[in-house]
Design a protein around this ligand. Structure first.
Ligand SMILES: [Zn+2]
Length: 278
């Protein structure tokens, strides 16, 4: 999912996991307070789809060209676009299962363990013209986390991680197929160019936001699939996932929680406040 973003995001993790050890360059990465995965998904699942706008745009190279109001407005349009195509395809083919839908559309989905180039951790990717790779190493790590306390309740029994990823990548195929008319591709912004030239550019993140809405609709999930970014990263690095959680919460205008303090050491009754027993 959102491969450009994950590339950037997981680079330090991938270097630690898969690259040569002990060759870290530059300053120490920041440290984050590790939260239980159940707390992370519980809080992130409560963020409404539109409130992911600022976080989503923060991964867009042209982010600086927009105001927050524009980011929110474009996010709403991208969400509508993703939903519209999900409903259109579901109605046309009489099915919502992303894996089956991929099959009837002629998109080849395979499930290798990891990307061929093992420089980084990646969960899924779309390769033109018609291939989707779902990387099972990350999916398996995610499935293990599904039995952690609080996770099944937050993510619901409805979640199938592989199908969620397939739905997202399938949208990128849809975008290619309908590139002349689909809003995520026809929307352009005017960048500076010397007169009389024009320099109009697409905005990649709109496709990512729409892909999230597309797979959310097909999978019938009540929360934004952006939650998966933190959840799946948790399988590799609970600390990196906790850092992402903080950032996601803050960019959605919320206060990240700290993990519950460990149970206090039992005090003699007299020292307890009021000494009342509970
Ligand atoms: Zn994507």
């Amino acid at each position: 999912m959102t491969k450009e973003r994950l590339k950037e995001l997981l680079k330090p993790i991938a270097e630690g996991l898969l690259g040569p050890q002990g060759t870290r360059r530059g300053p120490e990465p920041p440290h984050y307070t590790v939260r239980p995965v159940g707390m992370i998904v519980e809080d992130l699942c409560r963020i409404p789809e539109e409130d992911w706008a600022i976080y989503a745009f923060s991964r867009e190279p042209l982010n600086g060209k927009f105001t927050d109001e524009q980011r929110r407005d474009l996010t709403r349009q991208a969400l509508a676009c993703g939903r519209e195509y999900a409903e259109k395809l579901a109605a046309q083919y009489g099915m919502r299962d992303p894996e089956k839908l991929a099959k009837v559309l002629g998109v080849k989905v395979d499930f290798p363990d990891m990307p061929q180039s093992t420089e980084r951790v990646l969960f899924a990717e779309f390769r033109e013209p018609d291939k989707v790779h779902i990387y099972m190493d990350g999916v398996r790590k995610g499935r293990i986390l599904l039995s952690e306390p609080g996770v099944p309740h937050a993510l619901t029994g409805q979640l199938d991680i592989a199908k969620l990823l397939i739905g997202h990548e399938l949208f990128h195929w849809v975008e290619e197929k309908y590139k002349k008319e689909i809003w995520t591709r026809t929307y352009k912004i005017e960048l500076w160019a010397p007169r009389p030239l024009h320099n109009r550019s697409g905005v990649g993140v709109l496709g990512e936001i729409a892909a999230m809405a597309f797979t959310k609709t097909l999978n019938n999930l009540p929360y934004s699939p952006y939650v998966m970014d933190a959840f799946l990263v948790y399988g590799y690095s609970p600390e990196a996932a906790s850092g992402l959680y903080e950032e996601m919460m803050e960019k959605a205008g919320r206060t990240p929680r700290l993990p519950e303090a460990p149970a206090p050491v039992a005090l003699p009754d007299a020292e307890k406040e009021g000494g009342a027993s509970r």
